[in-house]
Write a protein that binds this ligand. Structure first.
Ligand code: GCU
Length: 666
């Protein structure tokens, strides 16, 4: 039975015209280096699609090579500017040439060709040239060494540290293939809430074994560095970055790492955030800490990704403002191998957030976009939520810094400010579950993350189409209904959980169900009441100039818009404003009625997704159909739960009746 393990690399036999076309155009392979992994991948994929082995022949139809192969050079293709990861795919007569800037580029080209074949796209007159927009396309695993995955909903960590380095689970190779097929070229193996043990010699040897498996697929490993490691594993009395002994320890550690992992990527660091150690413990700045690590890595070409996800409960200021307040003054103070890694929004991966005001505000520093693929606040693995539309919304947002057209995407890909380094990070949703991601549809988010990191210009729909065709089959009778479920699913979860800019209303600790009533506990900003500020008369966080002033962290044009209810996009209304329950909105409804309307729409969208999926029974294999149908029923029930719990709580605050036409919870 189909269990989802193959992800989008299923390569089940084609039929009819698609089979005939693929056979004619791609029925055999020629390669300068027949031992290349690209040859193995192409042959494996095509053999699946054609239902028989595909021969490698001197005059094969698909010609593979890199820009420095004489056979490729003889073809006279324009291969300039491909860089190591770029490639061209070109039909020349009855042959199809795939030429990569390097072996990695070639591998990417091969996966592209396979994608076209899986989609049953036309394979004649191909003339494609691809170069990634972002250089480092990285997964962040929040995996602990005991295999517990923080915010992971797909089982344990796939890294079996206990059996490494000797036993290399074949799953590691499958992981590398899947990532290479979507252009991911880096992986941070361990949790941002770091354990210094990973930096000890025995663990570094385990890391080196993984790096060796990933290397042929163009994937580098990175590690999180616990700032206090010099104390914990180095025997030093403290970890003050101003102490030369501490800097020397990190330098020696970096040298040791590179002695066994020559292509090690670098460190990801969470410091002085949520109780993690950091330079501020010694009165130093984030820049002091990052630069010390950067100096240790620089001789080897390594980088530091220093996270801007910082907030502190000692600061009474609006949590949404804190990262900006701490980091903007540091712009220009980081070494040139430091990147600052910023979450898409200023709070924490909520169902919808406005783009983080740091994007555009630190032009001298390369900024890494951090997205969360694992759905910590979006229903874990059971709710079907396709995340590309959410990510695109942020990438396409215009920062207006310094002027119109300065999108978040251009900040991140480095083109706006001319940065040499560019990176994107996705918090992985991968675990030992047979589906890898905890559900079949969550695989689409891993896929979409990789595709957007490669090319943020792709549309959510194009990506969904590719994924659906590869995962379920290219038949439009499958793909179209599946897209009609995926594309509105993000708006649906926003509507049934946190409509109109509400945020952080979930239960404490687990972050799953609704708990808008949450107050008390260790800190105000871990409650819900801190964020929604509901009273008898109104609801919403006033971040205008009359409130916390967070609006002024944006470019003036946005700040002015966000400062007024009338010019604030409705999706961010209660993010920026405290609005009266009975106030009339542009929709003609009162705020209270509008909230109910949105909750209802969210639930209705999920009901529609269920009906669509029911219509696919028999067209999708039973195992995958059944699990998805059950998960959709959970989502439907829980969408209703979010609505009912929220409505009952709001009513307990304001005492208003349900607007006409709204039914009380059954
Ligand atoms: C969220 C999440 C934590 C995580 C943190 C981070 O707050 O709930 O589990 O450690 O983000 O990104 O560092």
């Amino acid at each position: 039975a189909e269990d989802g393990y193959d992800l989008w690399l299923r390569f089940r036999p084609l039929t009819g015209a698609a089979l005939a076309q693929t056979e004619t155009r791609l029925g055999s392979i020629a390669a300068a280096d027949t031992k290349d992994i690209a040859v193995a991948e192409l042959s494996r994929g095509l053999s699946g699609l054609l239902g028989k082995p595909v021969p490698v022949l001197p005059d094969g139809k698909v010609v593979l090579g890199t820009a420095d192969d004489p056979a490729i050079q003889a073809l006279g293709l324009d291969l300039r500017g491909l860089g190591p990861d770029g490639y061209v795919i070109r039909s020349v007569g009855d042959r199809t040439i795939v030429a990569g800037g390097s072996r990695t580029g070639l591998l990417y080209g091969v996966f592209h060709l396979l994608r076209l074949a899986q989609e049953t796209a036309p394979l004649t007159a191909l003339n494609l040239r691809e170069v990634p927009k972002i250089d480092r396309r990285i997964l962040n695993h929040w995996d602990n060494l005991d295999r517990y995955v923080e915010r992971g909903y797909a089982g344990q960590s796939i890294w079996d540290w206990h059996k490494l380095p000797d036993w290399q689970d074949p799953r590691y190779t499958d992981y590398a293939r899947a990532n290479a097929s979507i252009g991911i070229n880096g992986t941070v193996l361990n949790n941002v809430n770091a354990n210094a043990t990973i930096l000890t010699r025995p663990y570094l040897e385990k890391v080196a074994a993984l790096a060796a498996v990933f290397r042929p697929y163009g994937i580098r490993v990175y590690l999180t560095a616990r700032f206090s490691a010099p104390k914990e594993i180095g025997g030093l009395p403290h970890a003050d970055p101003a102490d030369p002994a501490v800097a020397a320890w990190w330098k020696a550690k970096a040298d040791e790492i590179y002695s066994i992992i020559p292509d090690f990527g670098g460190f990801l660091v969470k410091a002085n955030s949520e109780g993690q150690p950091g330079p501020q413990d010694y009165g130093r700045t984030h820049a002091d800490g990052a630069n010390m690590l950067a100096d240790a890595l620089a001789p080897h070409g390594g980088i530091v990704m220093w996270r801007a996800f910082v907030y502190s409960h000692e600061t009474p200021d609006d949590r949404a403002k804190q990262a900006y307040t701490e980091f903007v003054p540091l712009d220009g103070k980081f070494r040139d191998n430091v990147l600052v890694q910023v979450k898409n929004g200023a709070i924490d991966f909520q169902p919808r957030e406005p783009f983080h005001p740091l994007f555009g505000a630190m032009p001298k520093t390369p900024l890494v976009m951090e997205f969360q693929i694992t759905k910590e606040y979006l229903g874990f693995a059971t709710h079907l939520v396709y995340l590309a539309p959410m990510w695109k919304e942020v990438l396409d947002a215009d920062t207006f810094r310094p002027k119109q057209g300065s999108t978040v995407a251009k900040v991140v890909d480095g083109s706006l400010d001319g940065h040499r380094l560019s990176a994107m990070a996705g918090v992985a949703n991968i675990g030992v579950d047979r589906t890898w991601s905890g559900s079949h549809f969550d695989q689409a988010n891993w896929y979409a993350y990789g595709r957007l990191a490669w090319n943020h210009g792709l549309s959510s729909e194009v990506i969904a189409r590719e994924w659906a065709a590869a995962t379920f089959g290219a038949d439009p009778a499958l793909v179209n209904p599946i897209l009609s479920m995926m594309l509105p699913s993000h708006q649906a979860v926003v509507d049934y959980m946190t409509p109109l800019g509400l945020h952080h209303l979930m239960g404490r600790g687990h972050h799953y169900g609704p708990a808008p009533w949450l107050e008390g506990g260790p800190r105000a900003d871990w409650t819900s009441v801190y964020y929604h500020r509901a009273t008898r008369t109104g609801i919403g966080f006033d971040r205008t100039r009359r409130g916390s002033g967070a609006v002024d962290q944006y470019a003036p044009i946005w700040a002015d818009r966000f400062d007024k209810v009338k010019t604030t996009p409705p999706e961010f209304l209660l993010w920026f404003h405290h609005v009266g329950w009975q106030e009339k909105l542009a929709t003609g409804r009162t705020l209270w009625a509008e909230l109910l309307h949105r909750y209802g729409q969210g639930i209705e969208t999920v009901a529609g997704m269920r009906r669509t999926w029911d219509g696919l029974k028999g067209k999708v294999d039973d195992a995958r159909w059944q699990q998805t149908a059950t998960f959709l029923s959970i989502q439907h029930k829980e969408a209703q739960w979010w609505r009912d719990a929220s409505v009952a709580y709001w009513q307990s605050i304001h005492g208003l009746p349900l607007p006409p036409g709204e039914q009380p919870p059954p």
